[in-house]
Design a protein around this ligand. Structure first.
Ligand code: HEC
Ligand code: HEC
Ligand code: HEC
Ligand code: HEC
Ligand code: HEC
Length: 401
């Protein structure tokens, strides 16, 4: 039998109490730590790491001068409030060129023309300026909301230059530049637009044909406005644009837009360019050279004037020359979208089994769209076209003899 005295029993209860309170305190500590960890934002640890880094490299005085807490760049002109510098604290420091991210000195050349105080960060990089956690700030959101146009996204889309996507944002201000240093993909795409003659069918910056939609503000379309049924893989506006440029008919079977056999890199560059064509909601001071116009080059103008004086003037006046050369009448198309019409008399017969007169009266394919939307030919004009094309063909026959 256990004969414990009252004292013994009391002693036992005391021990028990001690045990209870010790474990209670431990429990509290563990919970408190958990809460602390949960509620201490990510950026605090980056800031303390940054202070250690500066302390080690430049001494405690510099380290003590680093501002703590949420940091923000506010640019009212651009409606930008970016907190990126909360973590990217070294962006404007000298001497941290080799520091790990997010502390590294920003490449300096680009900031000379675009100081952070005037541009913020998201103006160029994209991302969610207001967010203070990395995942959210670099925001990789479906359907292309405003993700960071950085390496991760570049890898995702298998871009040949992983960092190129940001150039879309450069071009929102630099759209009227012929070339912009540091935006190679956009530059390449602008050159392709000229070479391939996209303007033959599309109005771009107020000039061009109306066979296809006006592309001046193509970048304003929302992702929901595209049909993703035929897109394999990730469905985003960018994927749609790339796939469409590579093979328009695959996505829009009735399309008359040609397949230009673009490489992936060229299709991606062009997709970036058309998506950069947004309404620039920036004050005029942010537009380089205050230039809002896309003017034909002197060379283009001279060539047009020369052709207008020659025997092929009709084809310039009626805009056929944006797609067709008529070689024997001195008409040289900027982009060879349609065939050389010097051979049309014969070619229409062999390709469509119809006479030229018949074809122009009841055209099919691209010409059906062209002659019902972009160019109207009166009865007289159609006769004139046929007459001129017969003459061009005769000249061609002589040439061939
Ligand atoms: C909570 C901290 C944090 C915030 C806020 C933050 N970043 Fe970062 N950022 C990082 C870290 C850490 C890295 C390096 C690790 C990595 O790349 O994933 C990084 C890397 C980067 C890179 C290089 C990687 C790439 O994909 O090209 C860029 C560019 C960048 N950040 C831009 C931004 C911009 C713009 C913002 C504001 C919208 C921002 N960051 C906000 C922490 C942050
Ligand atoms: C005028 C446009 C512009 C602005 C504004 C700008 N950047 Fe950049 N940033 C660039 C360019 C261009 C690069 C170089 C990209 C490359 O290496 O190809 C770059 C590089 C970076 C990198 C390094 C990326 C890497 O992969 O190594 C980070 C991080 C970064 N910027 C963050 C920021 C932050 C944070 C801000 C705001 C404080 C900011 N940038 C403001 C254009 C800009
Ligand atoms: C918000 C508008 C804006 C954005 C975005 C922007 N720039 Fe600029 N950029 C300008 C303005 C305005 C100037 C002229 C500044 C000056 O002359 O002092 C300029 C100047 C330049 C220059 C100097 C040559 C020149 O034309 O004067 C280069 C190169 C350049 N930007 C490249 C870029 C690149 C690359 C990007 C994207 C990473 C970019 N810019 C993003 C507005 C912008
Ligand atoms: C022969 C005429 C023609 C030419 C040349 C042409 N397109 Fe198109 N394009 C069209 C037609 C028609 C459509 C509408 C049907 C479709 O989506 O394919 C279209 C659609 C587009 C769209 C999608 C618009 C939207 O939001 O639905 C883009 C972007 C585009 N073209 C870009 C280009 C580019 C860039 C070039 C030059 C490399 C080009 N086009 C050359 C006729 C043309
Ligand atoms: C926006 C571009 C565009 C414009 C503008 C245009 N065409 Fe065409 N045209 C084409 C294309 C593309 C074809 C080839 C059609 C096909 O293969 O279905 C074509 C075919 C033709 C053909 C048949 C040629 C052959 O060899 O088979 C004739 C004839 C023709 N066009 C006349 C004209 C005339 C005349 C004009 C001006 C009134 C004109 N086109 C304006 C794009 C255009």
């Amino acid at each position: 039998m256990n004969h414990k005295t009252i004292e013994e029993k009391l002693e036992f209860v005391k021990k028990d109490k001690l045990f209870l309170s010790v474990s209670g305190i431990l429990f509290l500590l563990v919970t408190a730590f958990g809460f602390y960890d949960y509620y201490t934002p990510e950026w605090r640890s980056y800031q303390s790491e940054f202070r250690d880094l500066v302390d080690e490299k430049f001494g405690p005085e510099r380290a003590a001068s680093i501002p703590a807490g949420l940091q923000q760049t506010y640019v009212p002109e651009l409606n930008v409030a970016d907190r990126c510098i909360t973590c990217h604290q070294g962006a404007e420091w000298k001497g941290l060129e080799n520091a790990p991210q997010p502390f590294r000195t920003h490449p300096t050349e680009i900031l000379e023309k675009h100081p952070i105080s005037k541009y913020g960060c998201t103006t160029c990089h994209g991302g969610q300026g207001y967010a203070t956690e990395m995942q959210a700030a670099h925001g990789f959101v479906e359907h292309w909301e405003k993700p960071l146009l950085g390496k991760e996204l570049g890898e995702f889309y298998v871009m040949s230059d992983k960092k190129a996507l940001m150039q879309m944002n450069c071009n929102s201000c630099h759209r009227y530049d012929k070339q912009t240093k540091g935006a190679d993909d956009i530059n390449r795409a602008k050159q392709l637009v000229m070479e391939k003659g996209c303007r033959a069918c599309h109005v771009i910056n107020g000039r061009g044909g109306t066979v296809g939609p006006d592309l001046t503000f193509e970048g304003e379309k929302s992702p929901e406005q595209f049909n993703y049924e035929r897109i394999k893989g990730f469905k985003s506006e960018f994927s749609w644009q790339v796939a469409h440029l590579k093979n328009p008919k695959e996505l829009v079977p009735e399309s008359v837009m040609p397949n230009f056999n673009f490489s992936s890199a060229d299709a991606q560059a062009l997709a970036m360019l058309v998506m950069s064509w947004k309404k620039a909601n920036v004050p005029i001071d942010y537009i380089p050279g205050h230039n809002f116009r896309d003017i034909p080059t002197q060379e283009e103008k001279e060539k047009e004037e020369r052709m207008l004086k020659g025997p092929g003037a009709f084809f310039v006046k009626k805009n056929c020359f944006v797609c067709h050369s008529v070689s024997t009448l001195g008409i040289e198309a900027a982009a060879q979208i349609g065939p050389d019409l010097a051979l049309a008399v014969e070619d229409v017969q062999s390709r469509f089994g119809r006479t030229l007169d018949d074809f122009l009266a009841r055209p099919t394919g691209t010409m059906e769209v062209v002659l019902s939307t972009m160019i109207t030919l009166t009865e007289e004009e159609r006769k004139e076209a046929i007459e001129k094309l017969r003459h061009a063909y005769e000249l061609k026959q002589k040439e061939l003899k």
